[in-house]
Design a protein around this ligand. Sequence first.
Ligand code: DC
Length: 245
Amino acid sequence: MTPQKEAVITVDGASGTGKGTVSQLLAKRLRWKLLDSGALYRVLALAAQKHSVALDNEKALNVLAEHLDVQFIAQENNLTRIILEGEDVTEIIRTEKIGNAASIVAALPAVRAALLSRQRAFRDKPGLVADGRDMGTVVFPDAELKIFLQATPEERAMRRYNQLKERGISVTLGDLIEELRERDKRDQERIVAPLKPAEDAICIDTNHLTIEQVVERILFEIKRKKAFPATLHLEINPILVEAAE
Ligand code: DC
């Protein structure tokens, strides 16, 4: 008999759909593990920069990805510190520049292949929330619940604009929309593991929803599925679910 695999919920979607925050909150509510797969591609892009590897040198990037010395250290406050070659890179990898570089290296088949087993190794007790672009289609095709978050480029750019403004970083909304469209195009049109919902994914339009509404809606789907016995006790706020349906 093959051993029972740990439960997985996948949360996929384009940049700025809120999937990072949603996945974090979901993992916290469920007390499950979290995989931020985008962070892996971001760390690889940073490592490439550090070791002067060109973003189109697939062979060298494959070697770098296979030997990537990265640690994800879960903290008490539910945040994860990311350590590359002994250096804390948690904040540095969040810039637009590294995000774009990550999207470029992520289009290379050899890079995706090298990072596959690393991502699957996050599957652990009592369950995993996996956040990314191809979690439901490629990395965990057998996940019990697959979510795909959507929002227009304008809405996503606006969210990003507000985040950056809060941090005192000045950008124009027009530039952000342009960058998002470019990144979407690359993520959707690449040959391997393009950004798209799995056939059995539940698509949620987040345009007019708060993060809390999206989280409650997903918790509602979790309960409805009855696939995760350990989560049946979860309290769900029906008002938030109704708004998100
Ligand atoms: O989610 P994010 O913005 O941190 O991801 C950065 C880039 O990494 C994104 O533009 C595409 C790529 N990525 C990917 O190709 N597959 C994933 N599962 C996650 C991210």
